[in-house]
Ligand binder design. Structure first.
Ligand SMILES: [Zn+2]
Length: 109
């Protein structure tokens, strides 16, 4: 008989939920408190590093990896199409990220 609850969530699952929560809070807080939203993104990255969890490409699209600004369309990022590639440009620091169009689109239209 196990002495601990085997159905309890694992530490990595808890940390991943926490990272997602921090990133969504960063997007919500940008309009009123931009400095706090950058801090939320920094905390999410620190958590991922501390627990050795990959942030992943889907989450990396949500913020600038250089200046930790949350990527919000028309406010903090610009999207350009270069052939098959979609280029996201951070307005604050100018860092560019390229995504292939087939992978960049998450919603079919
Ligand atoms: Zn940036």
């Amino acid at each position: 008989m196990a002495k601990y609850n085997q159905n309890a969530p694992k530490l990595n699952d808890i940390v991943q939920v926490r990272i997602d929560t921090l990133l969504s809070c960063a997007h919500k807080a940008y309009a009123q408190r931009p400095a706090d939203s950058k801090r939320y993104v920094e905390l999410a990255c620190t958590l991922a590093k501390r627990h050795r969890i990959a942030i992943g490409s889907k989450r990396k699209k949500l913020f600038c990896t250089k200046c930790f600004l949350p990527m919000i369309l028309q406010k903090t990022m610009r999207i350009e199409n270069e052939g098959e590639w979609e280029v996201q440009t951070c307005i604050l620091c100018g860092k560019k990220k390229r995504f292939h169009c087939s992978k960049a689109r998450t919603t079919p239209d």
